[in-house]
Design a binder for this molecule. Structure first.
Ligand code: ZN
Length: 414
């Protein structure tokens, strides 16, 4: 196990593909291709080849005594002015896992995967490559996407040898693998491990999301002439709902099973200092790992909005924006992950993932688990993204232990 080598690889990648403003590996662009070429060289050093699937995902295979396969991976792409660890940490740790097992023929097959366009930073669709492989990408939803320069997704893909209409073929390529586990190391990108003073965490799954727009409609009226009890103030109803939703989230949070909710958008009409708002629209984004908790939170939010609407003599309409079900990870792999983290750090804190990851796309297809490394100040997607070197080394060692344990576990099972 060589955690130092993982860190020197990360530094080398950052020096080659970053600027003073941070990482610049935007998917489908020249710097990203350069990063992948460099990575191809690293994989070549252990005598393995990179193969690209129909969705542009890069794979390397270390054949073992059995075709039963353990997949390790993450992504090399970054947001513009991104951090040096997001995605890259998981890729360098996956590379080290292959190096570690290449020395002696492993009992099962190991595959490394570099998912294409995890971030969706250029075209707005996250998890593009992994969702194509998982069969959850709908081509008609992405075929007209363009970036800020007006470049079409279909042309950016073609520049990289990927045909949009055929991206779904990656599904067949994934199904052909006798996949028994998917393991991903990632930085937490939030402040939870830091607040617990723990370098490494066991990830229980990715949050489910319920996202809606709520439109409150009352009556715009003169702010000087309309007595408060006679108003139909749409903003006040929205504001009461927002506060109630925060209380709902607090009520449904348990230690180790936190939930979140956010009102990120507020629009009022007519937006005049001398008018009572006649219309107010707010966004509501609720997230939880337990599907029953998520649906209870949504039900409670409906009740709270009705109550606030009634109190202010306005009406409320809901518009569904987007949702995804929670993706809990595999209990068996969570247990192995706990063992690995505990052996390395003396403790095994468990936490859910608020952000989505490629691992979430693999959940319907194979047992999955993720491990998180501490994020300094909880920051990510910016040049300040960092993890203390000691914590990085500890986490990498814990992850390599997890790979070893998983390989041994898969070798034992039929
Ligand atoms: Zn990432």
């Amino acid at each position: 196990m060589n955690a130092n080598r993982v860190i020197s690889d990360l530094r080398e990648l950052a020096a080659r593909t970053g600027t003073a403003d941070g990482a610049q590996r935007l998917a489908w662009g020249p710097v990203w291709r350069q990063a992948r070429e460099w990575f191809r060289g690293k994989v070549g050093e252990i005598g393995l080849r990179i193969e690209t699937d129909a969705a542009g995902n890069n794979w390397a295979t270390l054949p073992g005594a059995s075709p039963k396969t353990v997949i390790v991976g993450s992504h090399l792409d970054s947001v513009p002015n991104g951090g040096w660890l997001d995605g890259a940490l998981g890729m360098m740790a996956a590379l080290e896992a292959l190096r570690m097992h290449a020395a002696a023929a492993p009992p099962v097959t190991l595959k490394l995967v570099d998912w294409a366009d995890e971030e969706g930073a250029r075209f707005g669709r996250s998890l593009l490559g992994s969702s194509a492989a998982a069969g959850s990408l709908r081509i008609d939803e992405v075929k007209d996407l363009t970036d800020r320069q007006g470049t079409r997704l279909v042309d950016a893909l073609a520049e990289n040898g990927v045909t949009l209409d055929r991206m779904g073929d990656a599904q067949r390529q994934l199904k052909a693998i006798d996949a028994r586990a998917y393991l991903e190391l990632h930085i937490e990108q939030g402040p939870v491990l830091e607040s617990m003073r723990k370098p490494t965490g066991v990830v229980l799954g990715t949050f489910g999301v319920e996202r809606h727009m709520l439109r409150f409609t009352g009556q715009a009226a003169h702010s000087g002439s309309t007595p408060i009890p006679m108003r139909r103030d749409a903003f006040l109803a929205a504001a009461q709902t927002a506060l109630a939703c925060r209380d709902i989230a607090t009520r449904h949070s348990k230690p180790g099973a936190g939930v979140v909710c956010t009102v990120g958008v507020v629009n009022v009409e007519p937006k005049i200092v001398t008018a009572v708002p006649g219309v107010c629209e707010i966004s509501l984004d609720q997230r939880a790992l337990d599907p029953a908790v998520l649906s209870a939170m949504l039900r409670d939010a409906h009740e709270a909005a009705e109550k606030a609407a009634k109190a202010n003599n306005v009406k409320v309409e809901w518009r569904h924006v987007w949702c995804i079900e929670p993706r809990p990870f595999d209990p068996g792999l969570i247990k192995l992950c706990e063992e690995a983290v505990r052996e390395e750090t003396g403790d095994a804190p468990r936490l859910p993932s608020g952000p989505l990851h490629d691992a979430a796309e693999m959940v319907p297809h194979m047992p999955v688990v993720m491990m998180f490394a501490y994020s300094s100040n909880g920051l990510s997607h910016c040049k300040e993204e960092d993890t203390p070197v000691g914590h990085l080394e500890t986490t990498v060692r814990a992850f390599l232990r997890l790979v070893q344990k998983t390989v041994a576990h898969v070798a034992r099972t039929a």
